[in-house]
Ligand binder design. Structure first.
Ligand code: NAP
Length: 483
């Protein structure tokens, strides 16, 4: 079994404590992925020191030269879409189509982001004194920590590392414990692209062991985190102790409200696409359908047909539409939620079981599941399940539906399906979410800002042009020309 290393100051190095952990393919436990470092605080400290040392030269590099280094990486990423997609499929479990699609999306987003190197615009303002020019310029914030989850193990790191590099920041990258291999492959491509030593550093291990050492490190100027709300809260506390900037992208309990919509077939297929992609393990997955009573029977029937038709299988299998969930613990948690729905009086209308036999015994595979007769206070209507489970809540009318949609601590993505212009307007104005989707499912685009409100997000939105506001800060310059 291959033993992997951290990447610090341009070299692949063993973790300070000499400890490792093993991982296997979540869709086939007989397929060993390798042995990975269990890093600790001293490894984090070395990585931060390397990134701080590299910062001055990287930040001083002309923006188009920095961009050229990143272009070299993008070309390599583009050449390796299929190869990296296969690694992703083996390591995370999503289908090969989804995996290759994720890497291709990464290429697309990189091509947008890299242009920001030469678009780091500032301001020029008239002075109140004679012969003085006032300017406000952007400068990189310093060393940035990129802490990422397992559900998009290629795309999420790209959304943090690449804009950081483009802005002139250096990086300490901590991938999820469950998906270090994608992090290693990305780092190898950055190394091959000639990114100078110390500019990107990779430390692998458990967030519960080394996370505080990252977010509490005084050498870290900013933390860009994607993951659960509980961990985001912890990072926020640690970052506050040394005034590090934060960009937190966290959980969701995203609703789709259906009210007076004539094309229910379209609504059902959009909702299912948004609910079951990546086995429902998406922060923006639709997990609650909120439907007016007058359309509920018809919509539930369509949803039930579509949910029952999903093929669950091994990610590399060309017929598979939904892969396994990430690991045994996540699978048990999801099954616990389905059980709670039964206990609390809801109806498991479709699915609801762990699959067994053949390949199903080599991972945690769960049927696509539809739960009806759900009330807004049931556990499955409140908690983020993060699995292939969709629940349906019936409401009297649009107004009650909007209230139910907003009645959550989360505020990431939200959808409405309606023909009525006044409902669209009301929803746009009053939906409590970072991203509002009207008459389609919750799928984001490559160049649009991405983020949430309430317990779903804090700090600058990522992905689009707003991302540079996180990785840069302002410097105000007064120049007297004729002293
Ligand atoms: P997670 O448990 O919060 O972990 C995310 C990352 O934080 C991992 O690298 C994890 O390391 C690390 N971590 C854990 N404890 C830490 C600590 N004390 N200090 C610093 N870092 C720490 O989330 P996950 O289970 O990987 O991902 C699923 C969650 O991510 C869901 O809630 C989902 O909604 C959310 N998510 C949000 C978005 C968004 O953009 N809003 C996108 C994708 C996912 P280990 O892996 O070693 O524990």
């Amino acid at each position: 079994m291959e033993q992997y290393a951290n990447f610090i100051d341009g070299a692949w190095v063993a973790p300070s404590g000499g400890e490792y952990y093993q991982l296997c393919n979540p869709g086939n436990k007989d397929d060993a992925l390798g042995s990975f470092p269990l890093s600790r605080a001293p490894d984090v400290d070395k990585a931060v020191t390397a990134a701080r040392t590299a910062f001055a030269a990287w930040a001083a590099m002309l923006p188009d030269q920095r961009a050229n280094c990143v272009y070299a990486f993008i070309d390599l990423l583009d050449k390796n879409v299929r190869k990296l997609g296969e690694v992703l499929c083996r390591e995370q479990g999503k289908t090969l189509g989804e995996s290759v699609g994720e890497v291709a999306r990464g290429v697309k987003e990189c091509r947008y982001i890299v242009g920001e190197a030469t678009r780091l615009e500032g301001m020029s303002l008239p002075s109140e004194r004679p012969n003085v020019t006032n300017a406000v310029v952007r400068v990189p914030i310093g060393v940035v920590a990129a802490i990422t989850p397992w559900n998009f193990p290629v795309l999420t790191p790209i959304r943090k590392i690449i804009p950081a590099l483009v802005a002139g920041c250096t990086v300490v990258f901590k991938p999820s414990y469950d998906t270090p291999l994608c992090g290693i492959e990305l780092t190898r491509l950055l190394e091959q692209a000639g990114i100078p030593k110390g500019v990107v550093n990779l430390v692998i291990g458990r967030g519960s062991v080394m996370g505080d050492a990252i977010s509490g490190h005084p050498g870290i100027a900013g933390i860009s985190f994607t993951g659960s709300t509980a961990v985001g809260r912890r990072i926020n506390e640690k970052a506050a102790s040394h005034f590090a900037k934060i960009q937190l992208e966290m959980g969701g309990k995203n609703p789709a409200l259906v009210a007076d919509f004539s094309n229910l077939e379209f609504a059902a297929s959009q909702i299912c696409g948004a609910a079951f992609a990546n086995a429902g393990q998406r922060c923006t997955a639709v997990s609650r359908v909120v439907v007016v009573e007058s359309q509920a029977d018809a919509l539930e029937k369509l949803l039930a047909e579509k949910v029952a038709a999903y093929t669950i299988g091994y990610g590399m299998d060309k017929d598979a539409q939904i892969g396994p969930v990430i690991n045994e613990k996540a699978g048990k948690d999801i099954m616990g939620y389905i059980e709670s729905a039964r206990r609390e009086g809801a109806t498991v209308a479709v699915g609801g079981n762990r699959l067994t036999g053949g390949i199903y015994d080599k991972g945690f595979y769960i049927e696509a599941t539809l739960i009806t007769n759900v009330t807004p206070t049931m556990t499955v209507a409140v908690d983020e399940i993060f699995g292939p489970v969709l629940v349906v809540i019936r409401v009297k009318d649009f107004a009650e539906g909007l209230r139910v949609c907003n009645d959550t601590r989360y505020g990431l993505a939200t959808c409405v399906f309606t023909d009525r212009r006044e409902y669209i307007f009301d929803f746009m104005q009053r939906a409590e979410a970072g991203m509002v989707h009207i008459n389609h499912g919750s799928s984001s685009e490559s160049f649009m800002p991405f983020g949430g409100v309430k317990d779903s997000g804090l700090g600058n939105f990522g992905i689009g042009s707003t991302n540079k506001d996180f990785f840069t800060t302002w410097k105000v310059i007064y120049t007297q020309f004729k002293p």
